[in-house]
Write a protein that binds this ligand. Structure first.
Ligand SMILES: C[S@@+](CC[C@H](N)C(=O)[O-])C[C@H]1O[C@@H](n2cnc3c(N)ncnc32)[C@H](O)[C@@H]1O
Length: 198
């Protein structure tokens, strides 16, 4: 399953666009506010793709600090992030279900536009628990509602057509089962959001 996902996203990496509508860009700013990364904190951009969020997270960062790690399953996506943001972000190729990263090493973790693609959401949430420092915060976010995104995926051909976002109540159960604490959940047009902590 992971290799099919990897092949699918590798094939799309060259043409992957980072365009957001005005409403989606507004939601992204709201997501940044709840993530509230502070100077010096270490942030993990999990499922970074070609770097839409990496770009937003590195805005205003100076060249001296390298506090951002961007991870993606597809090496062609990782190559794009390395090409465009290597000065500010370390890009790593890996699966979110089993990350080659040290325990308790991140203050903030964000899964932006990636959650439905995880083969084992429970394993990913357990990894997030392992990687967060005590008091750390994580976010699962989309700039579409569940209905918008699930419709979009079901219209696509190929391996992602069955990748769906769960109702927030179901997501809450998975987060809690992984030993994490839900802090905020919200869903409306152009937003699906869960904020949780350790
Ligand atoms: C829809 S794209 C979004 C990427 C990026 N966050 C953005 O907003 O542009 C989903 C990304 O998740 C990656 N991905 C899918 N399954 C993954 C997994 N199990 N672990 C890590 N990355 C994964 C894909 O390779 C793809 O680059």
């Amino acid at each position: 399953m992971l290799s099919k996902q990897r092949d699918y996203f590798n094939r799309r990496a060259a043409e992957w666009s980072d365009d957001l509508s005005a409403a989606q860009a507004e939601s992204l700013e709201e997501i940044m506010t709840v993530l509230s990364p502070e100077t010096g904190e270490k942030i993990l951009d999990l499922g970074c793709g070609a770097g839409i969020l990496t770009e937003r997270l590195t805005r205003g960062m100076t060249g001296e600090e390298r506090k951002l790690v961007s991870v993606d399953l597809a090496e062609e996506m990782v190559k794009r992030v390395r090409r465009d943001y290597s000065r500010l972000s370390s890009a790593v190729c890996g699966a979110a279900e089993e990350l080659p990263l040290a325990a308790r090493s991140f203050d903030r973790i964000i899964c932006f536009s990636v959650f439905p693609h995880f083969s084992s959401p429970r394993s990913v949430l357990e990894e997030i628990n392992r990687l967060l420092v005590p008091g750390g915060r994580a976010v699962i976010a989309h700039v579409d509602s569940r209905q918008q995104l699930n419709q979009f995926h079901s219209n696509l051909k190929g391996v992602v057509s069955a990748d769906i976002l769960p109702p927030l109540e179901e997501l809450q159960e998975i987060i809690q089962a992984a030993g994490l604490r839900v802090l905020q959940m919200d869903e409306r047009e152009n937003l699906y959001l869960a904020v949780f902590g350790k």
